[in-house]
Ligand binder design. Structure first.
Ligand SMILES: NC(=O)c1ccc[n+]([C@@H]2O[C@H](COP(=O)([O-])OP(=O)(O)OC[C@H]3O[C@@H](n4cnc5c(N)ncnc54)[C@H](OP(=O)(O)O)[C@@H]3O)[C@@H](O)[C@H]2O)c1
Length: 333
Protein backbone atom coordinates (compact mmCIF):
# COMPACT_ATOMS: atom_id res chain seq x y z
CA UNK A 1 0.00 0.00 0.00
CA UNK A 2 1.33 3.46 -0.84
CA UNK A 3 1.13 5.76 2.17
CA UNK A 4 -0.80 8.86 1.24
CA UNK A 5 0.01 12.06 3.07
CA UNK A 6 -3.14 13.32 4.79
CA UNK A 7 -4.10 16.92 4.47
CA UNK A 8 -7.22 17.92 6.41
CA UNK A 9 -10.17 19.42 4.53
CA UNK A 10 -9.76 23.17 4.45
CA UNK A 11 -13.48 23.73 5.09
CA UNK A 12 -13.60 21.45 8.14
CA UNK A 13 -14.91 24.21 10.42
CA UNK A 14 -17.33 25.58 7.82
CA UNK A 15 -19.16 22.50 6.67
CA UNK A 16 -22.13 22.55 8.98
CA UNK A 17 -20.76 21.35 12.31
CA UNK A 18 -21.90 23.39 15.28
CA UNK A 19 -20.00 23.77 18.54
CA UNK A 20 -21.42 24.09 22.03
CA UNK A 21 -19.79 25.46 25.15
CA UNK A 22 -18.95 22.92 27.76
CA UNK A 23 -20.57 24.14 30.98
CA UNK A 24 -18.83 27.25 32.29
CA UNK A 25 -15.48 26.32 30.76
CA UNK A 26 -13.50 27.79 27.90
CA UNK A 27 -14.00 24.63 25.83
CA UNK A 28 -16.36 24.24 22.89
CA UNK A 29 -17.16 20.75 21.66
CA UNK A 30 -18.69 19.67 18.37
CA UNK A 31 -22.35 18.67 18.70
CA UNK A 32 -21.31 15.28 17.37
CA UNK A 33 -18.23 13.53 18.76
CA UNK A 34 -16.85 10.16 17.70
CA UNK A 35 -16.25 7.31 20.14
CA UNK A 36 -13.85 4.40 19.62
CA UNK A 37 -15.42 1.89 22.01
CA UNK A 38 -16.06 -0.67 19.28
CA UNK A 39 -15.01 -0.97 15.62
CA UNK A 40 -11.55 0.56 16.15
CA UNK A 41 -9.73 -2.30 17.87
CA UNK A 42 -7.20 -4.74 16.49
CA UNK A 43 -9.98 -6.93 15.06
CA UNK A 44 -11.08 -4.08 12.76
CA UNK A 45 -9.16 -3.15 9.59
CA UNK A 46 -6.79 -0.26 10.34
CA UNK A 47 -7.53 1.24 6.91
CA UNK A 48 -11.24 1.54 7.76
CA UNK A 49 -10.51 3.02 11.21
CA UNK A 50 -8.19 5.54 9.59
CA UNK A 51 -10.73 6.51 6.95
CA UNK A 52 -13.46 7.00 9.54
CA UNK A 53 -11.32 9.07 11.89
CA UNK A 54 -9.99 11.32 9.15
CA UNK A 55 -13.42 11.68 7.57
CA UNK A 56 -14.83 12.70 10.93
CA UNK A 57 -12.09 15.28 11.42
CA UNK A 58 -12.61 16.60 7.87
CA UNK A 59 -16.23 17.20 8.86
CA UNK A 60 -15.62 19.21 12.01
CA UNK A 61 -15.60 16.33 14.51
CA UNK A 62 -12.58 17.33 16.56
CA UNK A 63 -13.47 15.39 19.71
CA UNK A 64 -12.54 11.70 19.89
CA UNK A 65 -13.58 9.68 22.90
CA UNK A 66 -11.50 6.73 24.10
CA UNK A 67 -10.91 4.62 27.20
CA UNK A 68 -8.15 2.28 28.31
CA UNK A 69 -10.11 -0.89 27.54
CA UNK A 70 -11.76 0.03 24.22
CA UNK A 71 -11.08 -2.46 21.44
CA UNK A 72 -11.41 -5.36 21.25
CA UNK A 73 -8.80 -6.27 22.47
CA UNK A 74 -8.37 -4.04 25.52
CA UNK A 75 -6.05 -1.12 24.74
CA UNK A 76 -6.17 -1.67 21.01
CA UNK A 77 -8.51 1.25 20.17
CA UNK A 78 -5.97 3.56 21.81
CA UNK A 79 -3.20 1.83 19.86
CA UNK A 80 -5.17 2.34 16.62
CA UNK A 81 -5.63 5.99 17.51
CA UNK A 82 -1.90 6.27 18.28
CA UNK A 83 -1.03 4.80 14.94
CA UNK A 84 -3.24 7.32 13.10
CA UNK A 85 -1.94 10.09 15.34
CA UNK A 86 1.54 9.17 14.19
CA UNK A 87 0.77 8.74 10.50
CA UNK A 88 -1.76 11.54 9.93
CA UNK A 89 -3.05 13.60 12.83
CA UNK A 90 0.16 14.76 14.54
CA UNK A 91 0.21 18.15 12.75
CA UNK A 92 -3.36 18.72 13.99
CA UNK A 93 -2.81 17.82 17.68
CA UNK A 94 -3.80 21.29 18.89
CA UNK A 95 -7.09 21.05 16.97
CA UNK A 96 -8.03 17.77 18.63
CA UNK A 97 -9.86 17.17 21.90
CA UNK A 98 -8.86 13.67 22.97
CA UNK A 99 -10.29 11.86 25.95
CA UNK A 100 -9.47 8.70 27.78
CA UNK A 101 -10.74 7.04 30.92
CA UNK A 102 -10.01 4.40 33.53
CA UNK A 103 -12.47 2.62 35.79
CA UNK A 104 -13.46 -0.70 34.25
CA UNK A 105 -11.39 -3.87 34.17
CA UNK A 106 -8.13 -3.39 32.31
CA UNK A 107 -5.45 -5.67 33.75
CA UNK A 108 -5.49 -8.53 36.25
CA UNK A 109 -5.17 -8.09 39.99
CA UNK A 110 -6.47 -5.55 42.50
CA UNK A 111 -4.90 -2.50 40.78
CA UNK A 112 -6.37 -3.04 37.31
CA UNK A 113 -9.85 -1.49 37.76
CA UNK A 114 -12.11 0.78 39.83
CA UNK A 115 -11.03 4.12 41.39
CA UNK A 116 -7.74 3.92 43.26
CA UNK A 117 -5.06 6.52 42.73
CA UNK A 118 -2.68 3.72 41.74
CA UNK A 119 -4.96 2.43 39.00
CA UNK A 120 -5.93 5.82 37.53
CA UNK A 121 -2.41 7.20 37.34
CA UNK A 122 -0.75 4.07 35.97
CA UNK A 123 -3.59 3.51 33.50
CA UNK A 124 -3.26 7.02 32.12
CA UNK A 125 0.50 6.52 31.71
CA UNK A 126 -0.22 3.40 29.65
CA UNK A 127 -2.88 5.19 27.60
CA UNK A 128 -0.56 8.06 26.69
CA UNK A 129 2.00 5.58 25.38
CA UNK A 130 -0.57 3.69 23.31
CA UNK A 131 -2.04 6.90 21.90
CA UNK A 132 1.39 8.37 21.25
CA UNK A 133 0.51 11.69 22.86
CA UNK A 134 2.10 13.64 25.73
CA UNK A 135 -1.22 14.56 27.28
CA UNK A 136 -4.96 14.00 26.84
CA UNK A 137 -7.44 16.82 26.83
CA UNK A 138 -9.73 15.19 29.36
CA UNK A 139 -9.20 12.23 31.66
CA UNK A 140 -12.27 10.62 33.22
CA UNK A 141 -12.94 8.44 36.19
CA UNK A 142 -14.94 5.95 34.08
CA UNK A 143 -17.23 4.79 36.88
CA UNK A 144 -18.03 5.51 40.50
CA UNK A 145 -16.22 3.17 42.87
CA UNK A 146 -18.35 2.78 46.01
CA UNK A 147 -15.46 1.31 48.03
CA UNK A 148 -12.52 3.60 47.31
CA UNK A 149 -13.01 6.93 49.12
CA UNK A 150 -14.23 9.36 46.49
CA UNK A 151 -11.68 11.88 47.79
CA UNK A 152 -8.87 9.53 46.70
CA UNK A 153 -10.30 9.18 43.18
CA UNK A 154 -10.90 12.92 42.85
CA UNK A 155 -7.49 13.85 44.23
CA UNK A 156 -5.93 11.53 41.65
CA UNK A 157 -7.81 13.48 38.93
CA UNK A 158 -6.62 16.78 40.42
CA UNK A 159 -3.01 15.57 40.54
CA UNK A 160 -3.22 14.24 36.97
CA UNK A 161 -4.33 17.66 35.76
CA UNK A 162 -1.62 19.36 37.83
CA UNK A 163 0.97 17.00 36.31
CA UNK A 164 -0.01 18.16 32.80
CA UNK A 165 -0.93 14.66 31.64
CA UNK A 166 -4.53 15.81 31.20
CA UNK A 167 -5.81 19.34 30.69
CA UNK A 168 -9.24 18.72 32.24
CA UNK A 169 -10.92 16.15 34.48
CA UNK A 170 -14.27 14.43 34.05
CA UNK A 171 -16.53 11.81 35.57
CA UNK A 172 -18.59 9.12 33.87
CA UNK A 173 -21.52 7.01 35.04
CA UNK A 174 -21.64 8.67 38.47
CA UNK A 175 -24.91 8.45 40.37
CA UNK A 176 -26.41 11.79 41.45
CA UNK A 177 -25.06 11.90 44.99
CA UNK A 178 -21.54 10.79 44.07
CA UNK A 179 -21.52 13.29 41.18
CA UNK A 180 -22.41 16.06 43.65
CA UNK A 181 -19.45 15.13 45.87
CA UNK A 182 -17.18 14.92 42.83
CA UNK A 183 -18.25 18.33 41.50
CA UNK A 184 -17.65 19.91 44.93
CA UNK A 185 -14.27 18.27 45.49
CA UNK A 186 -12.93 19.15 42.06
CA UNK A 187 -14.16 22.75 42.24
CA UNK A 188 -12.67 23.17 45.72
CA UNK A 189 -9.32 22.05 44.32
CA UNK A 190 -9.45 24.44 41.34
CA UNK A 191 -9.90 21.66 38.79
CA UNK A 192 -13.61 22.08 37.96
CA UNK A 193 -15.24 19.04 36.39
CA UNK A 194 -15.41 19.62 32.64
CA UNK A 195 -17.90 16.89 31.71
CA UNK A 196 -20.17 14.25 33.07
CA UNK A 197 -20.41 11.44 30.49
CA UNK A 198 -23.58 9.35 30.79
CA UNK A 199 -25.72 7.11 28.58
CA UNK A 200 -28.67 9.12 27.25
CA UNK A 201 -31.05 8.34 24.41
CA UNK A 202 -34.77 8.21 23.66
CA UNK A 203 -35.00 4.80 25.32
CA UNK A 204 -32.72 5.52 28.27
CA UNK A 205 -33.71 8.58 30.27
CA UNK A 206 -31.89 8.27 33.56
CA UNK A 207 -30.13 11.63 33.03
CA UNK A 208 -33.63 13.20 33.09
CA UNK A 209 -35.21 11.11 35.84
CA UNK A 210 -32.13 11.35 38.10
CA UNK A 211 -31.73 15.03 37.32
CA UNK A 212 -28.15 14.59 36.08
CA UNK A 213 -28.56 17.14 33.29
CA UNK A 214 -29.63 20.03 35.53
CA UNK A 215 -27.11 18.93 38.12
CA UNK A 216 -24.23 19.23 35.65
CA UNK A 217 -25.41 22.68 34.61
CA UNK A 218 -25.68 23.86 38.22
CA UNK A 219 -22.15 22.62 38.84
CA UNK A 220 -20.87 24.51 35.79
CA UNK A 221 -20.02 21.21 34.08
CA UNK A 222 -20.86 20.10 30.58
CA UNK A 223 -22.86 16.93 29.90
CA UNK A 224 -21.91 14.53 27.12
CA UNK A 225 -24.23 11.70 26.07
CA UNK A 226 -22.93 8.27 25.07
CA UNK A 227 -24.76 5.57 23.09
CA UNK A 228 -27.22 8.15 21.72
CA UNK A 229 -28.38 5.56 19.16
CA UNK A 230 -28.83 2.85 21.82
CA UNK A 231 -25.91 1.00 20.21
CA UNK A 232 -27.65 1.04 16.83
CA UNK A 233 -31.20 0.14 17.87
CA UNK A 234 -32.35 3.69 17.13
CA UNK A 235 -31.36 3.44 13.47
CA UNK A 236 -32.66 1.57 10.47
CA UNK A 237 -30.10 -1.20 11.12
CA UNK A 238 -32.54 -3.70 12.63
CA UNK A 239 -35.83 -2.89 10.95
CA UNK A 240 -35.55 -5.92 8.67
CA UNK A 241 -33.70 -8.41 10.87
CA UNK A 242 -30.17 -8.65 12.31
CA UNK A 243 -27.46 -7.99 9.67
CA UNK A 244 -24.48 -10.34 10.00
CA UNK A 245 -21.98 -7.47 10.30
CA UNK A 246 -23.94 -5.61 13.00
CA UNK A 247 -23.24 -5.17 16.70
CA UNK A 248 -26.30 -7.23 17.67
CA UNK A 249 -24.99 -10.13 15.56
CA UNK A 250 -21.92 -10.20 17.86
CA UNK A 251 -24.37 -10.71 20.76
CA UNK A 252 -22.01 -9.11 23.25
CA UNK A 253 -22.76 -5.57 24.40
CA UNK A 254 -26.00 -5.54 22.38
CA UNK A 255 -27.91 -8.77 22.84
CA UNK A 256 -29.80 -10.36 19.98
CA UNK A 257 -32.72 -11.14 22.25
CA UNK A 258 -33.16 -7.46 23.09
CA UNK A 259 -34.68 -7.14 19.61
CA UNK A 260 -38.13 -8.33 20.58
CA UNK A 261 -40.97 -8.09 18.01
CA UNK A 262 -42.54 -5.32 20.16
CA UNK A 263 -39.32 -3.30 20.09
CA UNK A 264 -38.90 -3.71 16.33
CA UNK A 265 -42.52 -2.67 15.87
CA UNK A 266 -41.90 0.51 17.89
CA UNK A 267 -38.67 1.20 15.99
CA UNK A 268 -40.64 1.02 12.74
CA UNK A 269 -43.14 3.54 14.12
CA UNK A 270 -40.27 5.82 15.20
CA UNK A 271 -38.77 5.44 11.75
CA UNK A 272 -42.07 6.68 10.27
CA UNK A 273 -42.03 9.74 12.56
CA UNK A 274 -38.45 10.43 11.49
CA UNK A 275 -39.45 10.17 7.81
CA UNK A 276 -42.22 12.74 8.40
CA UNK A 277 -39.51 15.08 9.73
CA UNK A 278 -37.36 14.40 6.68
CA UNK A 279 -34.80 12.53 8.78
CA UNK A 280 -33.46 9.01 9.10
CA UNK A 281 -34.22 7.32 12.42
CA UNK A 282 -30.55 7.78 13.44
CA UNK A 283 -30.74 11.50 12.64
CA UNK A 284 -33.93 11.92 14.65
CA UNK A 285 -32.47 9.98 17.61
CA UNK A 286 -29.39 12.25 17.70
CA UNK A 287 -31.50 15.38 17.19
CA UNK A 288 -33.69 14.27 20.10
CA UNK A 289 -30.70 14.24 22.49
CA UNK A 290 -29.36 17.50 21.08
CA UNK A 291 -32.74 19.29 21.45
CA UNK A 292 -31.75 19.97 25.05
CA UNK A 293 -29.12 22.66 25.37
CA UNK A 294 -28.00 21.10 28.66
CA UNK A 295 -26.33 18.48 26.44
CA UNK A 296 -22.94 19.62 25.15
CA UNK A 297 -22.36 16.83 22.62
CA UNK A 298 -23.42 13.31 21.65
CA UNK A 299 -20.75 10.62 21.24
CA UNK A 300 -21.66 8.37 18.36
CA UNK A 301 -20.13 5.06 17.39
CA UNK A 302 -19.88 4.03 13.74
CA UNK A 303 -18.74 1.16 11.56
CA UNK A 304 -18.66 3.06 8.25
CA UNK A 305 -18.20 6.48 6.72
CA UNK A 306 -21.79 6.28 5.44
CA UNK A 307 -23.05 6.05 9.03
CA UNK A 308 -20.96 9.08 10.06
CA UNK A 309 -22.35 11.04 7.10
CA UNK A 310 -25.91 10.04 7.93
CA UNK A 311 -25.40 11.11 11.54
CA UNK A 312 -23.77 14.43 10.69
CA UNK A 313 -27.02 15.56 9.04
CA UNK A 314 -28.85 15.25 12.38
CA UNK A 315 -27.71 18.69 13.48
CA UNK A 316 -29.62 20.39 10.68
CA UNK A 317 -32.88 20.01 12.59
CA UNK A 318 -32.89 19.52 16.36
CA UNK A 319 -36.25 21.17 17.03
CA UNK A 320 -39.33 19.05 17.83
CA UNK A 321 -43.02 19.88 17.99
CA UNK A 322 -45.00 18.96 21.11
CA UNK A 323 -46.88 16.42 19.02
CA UNK A 324 -43.69 14.74 17.83
CA UNK A 325 -42.34 14.56 21.38
CA UNK A 326 -45.59 13.03 22.63
CA UNK A 327 -45.57 10.44 19.87
CA UNK A 328 -41.91 9.58 20.57
CA UNK A 329 -42.59 9.33 24.32
CA UNK A 330 -45.47 6.93 23.75
CA UNK A 331 -43.11 4.59 21.89
CA UNK A 332 -40.01 4.87 24.07
CA UNK A 333 -40.81 5.68 27.71
N1 LIG B 1 -18.54 6.22 29.44
C1 LIG B 1 -19.01 5.02 29.20
O1 LIG B 1 -19.18 4.20 30.09
C2 LIG B 1 -19.32 4.65 27.79
C3 LIG B 1 -20.03 3.47 27.50
C4 LIG B 1 -20.34 3.19 26.17
C5 LIG B 1 -19.95 4.07 25.17
N2 LIG B 1 -19.23 5.18 25.46
C6 LIG B 1 -18.75 6.11 24.42
O2 LIG B 1 -19.80 6.41 23.53
C7 LIG B 1 -19.42 6.04 22.21
C8 LIG B 1 -20.61 5.64 21.40
O3 LIG B 1 -21.25 4.51 21.98
P1 LIG B 1 -22.03 3.52 21.03
O4 LIG B 1 -21.09 2.97 20.03
O5 LIG B 1 -22.83 2.62 21.88
O6 LIG B 1 -22.98 4.62 20.31
P2 LIG B 1 -24.25 4.57 19.40
O7 LIG B 1 -24.07 5.76 18.51
O8 LIG B 1 -25.47 4.49 20.24
O9 LIG B 1 -24.16 3.23 18.53
C9 LIG B 1 -23.22 3.10 17.53
C10 LIG B 1 -23.59 1.97 16.59
O10 LIG B 1 -24.83 2.27 15.94
C11 LIG B 1 -24.76 1.90 14.57
N3 LIG B 1 -24.92 3.11 13.76
C12 LIG B 1 -24.34 4.32 13.95
N4 LIG B 1 -24.79 5.22 13.06
C13 LIG B 1 -25.68 4.56 12.29
C14 LIG B 1 -26.48 4.96 11.20
N5 LIG B 1 -26.48 6.21 10.75
N6 LIG B 1 -27.27 4.03 10.61
C15 LIG B 1 -27.29 2.75 11.05
N7 LIG B 1 -26.56 2.31 12.10
C16 LIG B 1 -25.76 3.23 12.71
C17 LIG B 1 -23.43 1.22 14.36
O11 LIG B 1 -23.63 -0.17 14.59
P3 LIG B 1 -22.88 -1.31 13.79
O12 LIG B 1 -21.54 -1.39 14.45
O13 LIG B 1 -23.76 -2.49 14.02
O14 LIG B 1 -22.80 -0.87 12.36
C18 LIG B 1 -22.58 1.83 15.45
O15 LIG B 1 -21.49 1.01 15.82
C19 LIG B 1 -18.39 4.93 22.42
O16 LIG B 1 -17.55 4.74 21.30
C20 LIG B 1 -17.64 5.46 23.59
O17 LIG B 1 -16.72 6.46 23.17
C21 LIG B 1 -18.93 5.49 26.75
Amino acid sequence: MINQVYSAATDRYNCGMKYRRCGKSGIMLPEISLGLWQNFGDTAPLSRSREMLLHAFDNGICHFDLANNYGPSYGSAEATFGSIMQSDLRPYRDELFISTKAGYDMWPGPYGEMGSRKYLISSLDQSLKRMKVDYVDIFYSHRYDPVTPIEETMQALVDIVRSGKALYAGISNYPHEAAETAYRYLAAHDVPCLLHQVKYNMMHRIPETDNLLEQAKNAGSGFIAFSPLAQGLLTDRYLGGIPSDSRAAKDFSLKKDSLTPELVDNLKKLNAIAAERGQSLAQMALAWVLKDDLVTSVIIGASSIAQIDDNLKAIRNTAFTEEELKAINSLTE
